[in-house]
Design a protein around this ligand. Structure first.
Ligand code: UDP
Length: 495
């Protein structure tokens, strides 16, 4: 029987259990990574929370079953432990974070063992040999430790965003944050230059992260970011959705601190180039969108001239005030250019997403409002010439991969540093002031979309970065090779 076991051991495949924090910005890149691993022969178990799983099943019933498993790729779910009241609370993301930490470790471990107990049996599911987490679920590092398998963390921000998050602790220790009082938000203090983050140019304190803006010495969000980023040192490897040429200096510096850094991005380019072409649209490539996508906007885009449309979206989490919404709306109206605007349910604080009176009537011949769309497809549409974005990292990489320059309106976490790089390091965007004003919105739209030199230059740079991103993800490119190394490492873990 020992030789039989030996033979089985040789046959045993790497089996990655992936668990993202349950929000779009984490699920999307983790799922793309899962697809890429699967395309390299790694067995995949992708774990959602039961709440999202059921939400996706309901959506799947309408759109063709995104959660259908395939040979070597299955979806599972664990409870998130939230009550319905907590889910509806304004700080539901914090409650979710705490609840997962409190109650999700055991179910995850049991799940891994349950899948494993099926063993190398008839349905051919090998035991879980590694765990891949997104940021914010570091509690699950302990699950991997319990299981005795290596853990890898896919930190879903830019490398510069990760480097900044790692330095929140020093900023706190050196007294830069928390802020002394409210006046520090507006008195120029946030312009303080920070020139000591390895691999990064001098940046404004305010650009490092939204979390430096706190007045609270015990700020929960600040500590969570700090702890989550620093806990990555406990993982076997750090996986980043970026590519070497885009952030070479900061990556070099990170590699001093983290010996195993896998730069496998942009995931959207890797997916586009490889999985889609090779396998057709798999279950996951078809998307695990938590909202119903409005495909009518694609037909509307078809009818617009090439490069004429501004796409406007702030991702899955941004909440804006009714005043900011009105300034944005009138700025877009005043720009007199066509725009496709995603007004997600919950975008506006206080509930109703009421657009200002008269706005729809004034813009109806050149505006399409969607609740949610297939963003990657939209950005790649030939009619789209610019993206007004909150500078979330997924949106930023999707825009880079589509060669679309941006107007940035950052507001949370790493969005400030992303927009700083978009504008100053990569030359592919403009940035709006924190307080939205319609005049500035209209002027920036004109600068980006109009025929001026600056717009021209941003378009040229965007086309260049698109090509560099594609080359990184293509066979022989840096991200392709990095994925090879990651798969190799996952395989080592199961010998
Ligand atoms: N997204 C989408 N449809 C929309 C708006 C956003 O599919 O109408 C997707 C987008 O493609 C991206 C994700 O939602 O993959 C948002 O992630 P990002 O990191 O940009 O921002 P977050 O939502 O985490 O703030």
């Amino acid at each position: 029987s020992s030789s039989l076991l030996g033979a089985m051991g040789e046959r045993r495949r790497a089996h990655a259990m992936l668990f993202p924090f349950p929000c779009s910005g984490h699920i999307n890149p983790t799922l793309k990574l899962a697809e890429l691993l699967h395309s390299r022969g790694v067995h995949v178990t992708f774990v959602n929370t039961e709440h999202n799983h059921e939400r996706l099943l309901r959506r799947g019933a309408a759109s063709g079953g995104a959660l259908r498993g395939r040979e070597g790729f299955r979806f599972e779910a664990v409870p998130d432990g939230l009550s319905e009241e907590e889910r509806a609370a304004p700080d539901s993301t914090v409650k979710l974070y705490l609840s997962l930490r409190r109650s999700c470790g055991k179910p995850l471990e049991e799940l891994a063992r349950r899948v494993a107990s099926r063993g190398d049996d008839d349905d051919g599911v090998p035991p879980v040999t590694c765990v891949v987490l997104s940021g914010l679920v570091s509690f699950a590092l302990a699950v991997a430790e319990e299981l005795g398998v290596p853990a890898f963390v896919l930190w879903g921000t830019s490398a510069c965003g990760f480097a900044c998050t790692l330095r929140l602790r020093q900023l706190r220790q050196r007294g830069y944050t928390p802020l002394k009082d409210e006046s520090y938000l507006t008195n120029g203090y946030l312009d303080t230059p920070i020139d000591w983050i390895a691999g990064m140019p001098t940046v404004r304190l305010g650009d490092i992260s939204s979390f430096v803006r706190t007045l609270d010495p015990t700020s929960f969000a600040l500590r969570v970011e700090e702890d989550e980023a620093n806990s990555c040192t406990r993982a076997q490897g750090l996986i980043l959705n970026t590519f070497d040429d885009l952030e070479s200096d900061v990556l070099d510096a990170l590699k001093d601190e983290f010996p195993r850094v896998y730069t496998i991005g942009p995931l959207v380019a890797a997916m586009h180039g490889r999985v889609n072409r090779a396998n057709g649209l798999g279950g996951a490539a078809a998307g695990l969108s938590l909202w119903e996508e409005d495909f009518a906007c694609m037909a509307w885009l078809d009818a617009q001239p090439a490069g004429s449309v501004l796409y406007v979206s702030f991702g899955s989490l941004t909440v804006m005030s009714p005043d900011a919404l009105a300034e944005l709306a009138w700025g877009l109206a005043d720009s007199r250019r066509p725009f496709l605007w995603v007004v997600r349910p919950g975008l506006v604080a206080g509930g109703a997403n009421a657009l200002p009176d008269g706005f729809v009537a004034e813009t109806k011949d050149r505006c399409f409002i969607a609740e949610w769309c297939a963003q990657e497809q939209v950005l790649r549409h030939r009619a789209v010439g610019g993206f007004l974005t909150h500078s979330g990292w997924n949106s930023t990489t999707e825009s880079i991969c589509a060669g679309v320059p941006m107007i940035c309106w950052p507001g949370f976490a790493d969005q400030y540093i992303n927009s700083r790089y978009v504008r100053d390091e990569w030359g592919i965007g403009l940035r709006l002031d924190e307080e939205l004003r319609r005049e500035q919105v209209a002027a920036h739209v004109e600068e980006l979309m109009g025929g001026g030199d600056r717009g021209e230059e941003m378009r040229r740079n965007a086309a260049k970065w698109k090509a560099v991103a594609e080359a990184a993800a293509a066979k022989g490119g840096s991200s392709y090779d990095s994925l090879d190394k990651l798969v190799e490492q996952l395989r080592l873990g199961c010998q």
